[in-house]
Design a protein around this ligand. Structure first.
Ligand SMILES: O=P(O)(O)OC[C@H]1O[C@H](O[C@H]2O[C@H](CO)[C@@H](O)[C@H](O)[C@H]2O)[C@H](O)[C@@H](O)[C@@H]1O
Length: 379
């Protein structure tokens, strides 16, 4: 099917018109994780683990664990190595969504904006304790206002109930467990309630529930000797956090988790921000959840919709890629540091996400007021 895509600006908003296919992904000038100098790790742990796993595999995993901490010593080293240039080049390819705000809203002309928001690191700041990742009341107000004007979904790795406890807005769509648990709004704050997605419940991995519960218990048991490790049950997936684990123990932790994973070939492991994410091997992710929600909202294969997806983590890349493939929508990565991404734009931190959301609301209110005035003038 021919995707609709007109590149509205040099920076990659793709919107309607009748021809092209997905716009090209940005090149990988600055691969993420960027290459970095080695650091001291527990040689003992590494040796023991490497014997079983194969050297390349585990040391790669530990490197990747380090890279998921951009505030680490790496940042200081990178600074000394001319990161300013790297950052400027990256920003040129992924400009601030605030700086390009006018272009973004111009691309929505004649289209329904649909908002997709990741939770951790996007609406709430990253903190050591996953149970304390609260969003501010002002952020909640901003999200509530956005949802009054546009259908809005939270797409999170968290289990749906947990992310709802944090967000506390019944008028939103929620896709928890990396999109494997989708539900429409319990209440409406706008006309969107009439949408087909109201109350929808989609759980493509439900058959994995017993296995996830089992692996959750196994991971708790097997990692209890690693100080600081925390295992979180996200219903259809499990997170193993290492943010509070001494770096010397990362190799041992990685080995332990991989050891358990070997017993569960139907589960796979990926990595987020100082966390291992364990989930079913089914072909379902945040990108699929985005497409499912668009379809449920009545925007399947439509050119009159502009999905806007804001997220900070590797799992959000699946959604950015879907937007690129569809040649439709706006992907915004929340990051202060250059990362390899399929998003077109960037915002530095949750505070900027809030500013972006508030500007959207303000713009929508102004456009409505202008329309009203024009109608009155013609009446
Ligand atoms: O898709 P998200 O909403 O971004 O969820 C991804 C994971 O986020 C949480 O972990 C991250 O945030 C924690 C709190 O700030 C932080 O301590 C941790 O290091 C981060 O990885 C959440 O706890 C996980 O379950 C989610 O999968």
């Amino acid at each position: 099917m021919a995707q609709t895509s007109v590149v509205v600006s040099e920076v990659g908003i793709t919107a309607t018109a009748a021809t092209a296919t997905a716009c090209p992904c940005p090149g990988s000038l600055f691969p993420y994780p960027p290459p970095r100098a080695g650091m001291a790790v527990s040689r003992k742990c590494l040796r023991a683990a490497q014997a079983e796993l194969g050297a390349g595999m585990l040391s790669g995993l530990v490197e990747s664990m380090r890279a998921s901490s951009p505030t680490h010593a790496r940042a200081a080293a990178a600074l000394a190595a001319g990161v300013d240039d790297e950052h400027a080049a990256w920003m040129a390819r992924h400009p601030s969504a605030l700086a390009k705000f006018e272009e973004i809203v111009a691309a929505s002309k004649g289209k329904q904006i649909v908002m997709f928001l990741d939770y951790d690191g996007t609406l709430s700041p990253i903190v050591d304790d996953p149970d304390a990742a609260f969003m501010s009341e002002t952020m909640r107000m901003a999200v509530r206002s956005v949802a009054k004007h546009f259908p809005t979904a939270i797409v999170s790795g968290r289990c749906r109930d947990k992310v709802f406890e944090f967000v506390k807005l019944a008028e939103l769509y929620y896709a928890g467990s990396h999109g494997m648990d989708i539900k429409g709004p319990a209440k409406s704050s706008s006309g969107h309630a009439k949408s087909k997605a109201k109350g929808v419940l989609f759980q493509p991995a439900s058959e994995f529930l017993p296995m996830i519960e089992e692996v959750h218990q196994r991971l708790i048991e097997e990692t209890k000797h690693v100080a600081g490790a925390k295992v979180e049950n996200n219903k259809f997936c499990v997170s193993v956090h290492f943010r509070c684990v001494d770096e010397k123990s990362w190799g041992a932790l990685a080995e332990t988790v991989k050891g358990v994973m070997r017993e569960y070939p139907k589960l796979r492991m990926s990595q987020g921000r100082m966390v291992f994410e364990v989930r079913p091997t089914i072909k379902w992710d945040k990108g699929k959840a985005l497409e499912f929600l668009l379809e449920s909202l009545g925007f399947a294969d439509c050119s009159n919709v502009l999905p806007v997806y804001i997220g900070d983590d590797r799992t959000d890349e699946d959604a950015f890629k879907v937007l690129r493939r569809r040649g439709q929508g706006v992907g915004i990565l929340v990051s202060k540091h250059p990362k390899d991404t399929s998003a077109s734009f960037s915002l530095q931190e949750p505070a900027e996400v809030m500013e972006f959301l508030l500007r959207l609301v303000e713009w929508k209110q102004l456009s409505r007021a202008r329309l009203r005035l024009r109608r009155q003038a013609h009446a």
